[in-house]
Ligand binder design. Structure first.
Ligand code: ADP
Length: 167
């Protein structure tokens, strides 16, 4: 049987409980899951690439060891489809929140299928508790002095509060 490799790409600036929920679901569907942390300089990330990779790796400690063994956290730059091809990924995993994600993701699937029609994109939904969580809003709440413990794992909360001068 073909062994399936999935790629879950994102900016993860920072990693949230929504992302972790998607990772836990995705790992059940594939043999190996690459969590691709995109440089994404265009989005002007708050955390640099190494910090974002470290945050994802640290948070995997909270996932059971069997699933953890299937997961690799890797930085990437450039075109998503090239990265998927170079790493033998047959499936791209994306998380889908409310309608707001749909338009963008719909376009991405369309464009990516022109680049390589063999690679399928699969959408997963997080548990209802995590669906509203967005990295952008978590950063805003942290900056404005709000409580972020319901949105990110403790290791990310510590880094984020330090980053916004509340450490
Ligand atoms: P990108 O810049 O690629 O959108 P993000 O880190 O914002 O990177 O998100 C990575 C993926 O995780 C995207 O598919 C996004 O829709 C999904 N995602 C983010 N937050 C959630 C959440 N709370 N529930 C489900 N999916 C999510």
């Amino acid at each position: 049987m073909t062994r399936l490799t999935g790629l879950y790409p994102g900016t993860f600036d920072p990693l949230t409980l929504g992302h972790i929920d998607i990772i836990k679901r995705a790992v059940k569907l594939v043999d190996t899951l690459l969590v691709g942390v995109a440089v994404n300089a265009g989005k002007g990330p708050l955390f640099d690439l190494d910090e974002r990779v470290d945050m994802v790796r640290e948070a995997l400690d909270g996932i059971d060891s069997e699933a953890r063994a299937q997961i690799k956290v890797v930085p990437f730059d450039g075109l998503l489809m090239h990265f998927a091809e170079q790493n033998g990924c047959q499936v791209i995993i994306r998380g889908l929140r409310a309608v707001s994600d749909f338009e963008y993701e719909f376009q991405m699937v369309g464009m990516n299928s022109f680049l390589n029609e063999e690679v399928e994109t699969v959408f997963l939904m997080a548990d209802a508790r995590y669906q509203a969580i967005a990295s952008r809003l978590v950063k805003e709440i942290a900056k404005l002095g709000g409580d972020i413990d319901d949105f990110v794992p403790p290791s990310v909360a510590r880094r984020l509060l330090a980053k916004v001068g509340r450490g």
